[in-house]
Design a binder for this molecule. Structure first.
Ligand SMILES: NC(=O)c1ccc[n+]([C@@H]2O[C@H](COP(=O)([O-])OP(=O)(O)OC[C@H]3O[C@@H](n4cnc5c(N)ncnc54)[C@H](OP(=O)(O)O)[C@@H]3O)[C@@H](O)[C@H]2O)c1
Length: 263
């Protein structure tokens, strides 16, 4: 399906690996000029070159910055003042016991997972509204609506994104601008792949390791496999397209059936 996104410009935060990189690739496949972001300039440059050689008709650019840092965010705005699509993908996560989450950790998670995305949205959204076209996507998690108890400091930030997304959506009434949140379930980023590889004997094929991990650790998953980053990338691309203009402030689950309830 042709997504009618050719020559749009998209900033995808945290796009040198994992879900963010897959989103950038899927957007580039549709002719979108992607701004690649991460904190490491060389790593970003490598990803830009990779995408440029795979999709030579597009103009990927280096948007390296630590987006949690106000000054670096300001510099990014100066370099890239105008975009059509903002994908707030970057987020940190780790398992933590509630007792170990002190105020510093709460603040770090809120600053990284919520305030960075909010800062970018606050800058780019008014321009999108003025242009009467724009897409903002937040990448949350199934943990936003189903906290597992294994990372309370993370879950709270992902729930906050759902609320932020709806509040921002209220600013777009009557405009061809949409703000939505995707809730991925467990997804096979390079990180996750590495962890699963290391959990089982070397001679075991990855497909077997994945199967065993799902049975033992994620029996509630209805797909009994990890979601592939490209699947999230394709959903994001659809939501960015003009075909998805009726999605307004919506939480969209692609969780492999992890959440057991209808809503
Ligand atoms: N993987 C999953 O199973 C899963 C499930 C549900 C939701 N999610 C969500 O999906 C998103 C992506 O997850 P992932 O697993 O793909 O992540 P990941 O593999 O850890 O990738 C993180 C990306 O963000 C960049 N980054 C980190 N801190 C940054 C900062 N301060 N400023 C700019 N870039 C930064 C990293 O590059 P540098 O380190 O070089 O900066 C990298 O490009 C997150 O929001 C996560 O919560 C993931």
């Amino acid at each position: 399906m042709e997504m009618n996104l050719k020559n749009k410009t998209a900033l995808v935060t945290g796009s040198t690996r994992g879900i963010g990189k897959a989103i950038a690739i899927e957007l580039a496949k549709e002719g979108v000029n992607v701004l690649i972001n991460g904190r490491n300039y060389e790593e970003v440059e490598r990803t830009v070159n990779e995408i440029k050689s795979e999709f030579p008709d597009t103009f990927p650019q280096n948007a390296a910055a630590d987006i949690v840092d106000n000054q670096q965010r300001e510099a990014l705005f100066k370099k890239h003042p105008q975009i059509d699509i903002l994908v707030n993908n970057m987020g940190i996560y780790e398992m933590m016991k509630y007792e170990d989450v002190d105020d510093e950790v709460w603040e770090k998670y809120i600053r990284t997972n919520v305030l960075a995305a909010n800062g970018l949205s606050k800058f780019y959204l008014p321009k999108m509204i003025k242009n009467n076209f724009g897409r903002v996507i937040f990448i949350a998690s199934e943990e936003a609506v189903m906290p597992s108890g294994q990372m309370p400091q993370y879950c709270i930030t992902k729930s906050m994104l759902l609320s932020l997304s709806k509040s921002l959506s209220k600013l777009t009434i009557g405009k061809e601008v949409t703000i939505n949140t995707i809730l991925p379930g467990p997804t096979l980023s390079e990180n996750v792949h590495h962890i699963i590889e290391g959990m089982y004997p070397n001679e075991m094929p990855f497909s077997e390791k994945e199967k065993e991990f799902m049975t033992e650790n994620l029996p509630q998953s209805e797909i009994q496999r990890f979601i592939r980053p490209a699947e999230i990338g394709r959903l994001t691309t659809f939501l960015c397209s003009p075909y998805a203009s009726a999605f307004k402030g919506s939480p969209i689950r692609m969780d492999g059936g992890m959440v057991p309830t209808i809503f």
